[in-house]
Design a protein around this ligand. Structure first.
Ligand code: UDP
Length: 330
């Protein structure tokens, strides 16, 4: 089976490509390398550098790559903080990019797509754990653009013969088992990589964004899910569509929440280093608690996440950060 991965040089995209290739898929990657890394591209994947807002480019790729069974779409901006400072960047890349992609899919008769959505579509949840049909009221632009993407797929699917699966990730983290690829954003904004950069000596401290939330220690609670478990969910989802599955939305998380302080304490235990933490202002757009129910992905897709302890997840991330203190520059 042949899959086109948009954003296959990025963090979750590259891990998914590795798992697809391990699973025997033929993989074609499109990435504009704005946030992705050349070094993260699997050597057995075919790579086209370009932007999904460029329809001519997409049509060229589709012309060259016949018989694509499905698309997995990661190519988007995904930072809560940045999305609050520069909302139009998110509307442009996440929504306009997806619109152009959908036009090219229809023109080239490609029917199946799995794409990245997010826990940020829910906003401040009314119930924990969160179910897929709970209220979606994003508290940040990033979540709003992802929710709008989901709706774009819904209406386009009603009008045309196209099927989609939206995967709402909770907090992706960890690295490939052998430590050859991992998380490397520039600038880094995510909690676990920043904490591990303090541990590996490339950063002085972690700023805790608020300790006055209504949680057990006042810091935000998130559901941390390993990137290779996410990658496996994409493979199950694309197979589900290729085998005739209908449009669907799935949460992907471990169903257990950890506070920012608990993440830092676990990282200290895993690395054996003191991690300097300083309480700072809340970050705009952050809900207090996000924890998933992933029962639907387990029952419909047969998804079985392998990493269910925070210690194991941080240990896998540490293997990458310890051996690559400067990310892919090393
Ligand atoms: N966070 C923090 N300091 C940082 C980065 C993140 O306290 O330098 C907190 C953030 O407020 C959130 C949690 O850590 O509650 C996870 O944030 P991250 O940016 O990793 O992922 P997000 O939840 O935004 O997808």
């Amino acid at each position: 089976m042949k899959v086109l991965v948009l954003g296959g040089a990025g963090y979750i995209g590259s891990h998914t490509v590795y798992e697809l290739i391990n699973d025997g898929f033929e993989v074609v990657i499109i990435d504009n390398l704005e946030t992705g890394h050349k070094q993260a591209i699997h050597k057995d994947a075919k790579f086209y550098q370009g932007d999904l807002r460029n329809k001519e480019f997409l049509n060229d790729v589709f012309k060259q790559e016949k018989n694509i069974d499905g698309i997995i779409h990661f190519a988007a901006n995904s930072l809560v903080g940045e999305s609050m400072q520069n909302p139009l960047k998110y509307y442009d890349n996440n929504l306009l990019g997806t619109k152009v992609l959908l036009e090219a899919m229809l023109e080239n008769n490609i029917k199946n797509i799995v794409f990245s959505s997010t826990a940020a579509t829910y906003g401040e949840p009314k119930n924990i754990p969160i179910l897929e049909d709970d209220l979606t009221e994003p508290t940040n632009t990033y979540g709003e653009t992802k929710l709008a993407m989901e709706k774009m797929f819904k209406w386009v699917s009603k009008a045309h013969n196209l099927k989609y699966v939206s995967l709402r990730y909770f907090n992706a983290c960890g690295a490939y088992y052998d430590g050859t690829i991992g998380e490397a954003h520039n600038p880094e904004t995510h909690l676990i990589p920043i904490v591990l950069q303090v541990a590996n000596g490339t950063r002085e401290q972690i700023n805790i964004f608020g300790d006055d939330y209504n949680t057990k220690d006042g810091t935000c609670i998130r559901d941390y899910i390993h990137v290779t478990d996410l990658a496996q969910a994409h493979i199950l989802a694309i197979k589900y569509l290729i085998n005739g599955g209908d449009n669907n939305i799935f949460n992907l998380g471990n169903g257990v929440g950890f506070t920012v302080k608990e993440v830092i304490e676990t990282a200290e235990k895993v690395t054996g280093k003191h991690i300097k933490a300083v309480i700072s202002e809340r970050r705009a757009g952050d809900p207090a608690v996000l924890v998933a129910s992933s029962e639907k992905a387990k029952s419909v897709l047969g998804w079985k996440p392998k990493f269910n302890s925070l210690e194991d997840i941080i240990n896998s991330a540490w293997k990458w950060h310890r051996s690559h203190p400067n990310g892919f520059e090393d």
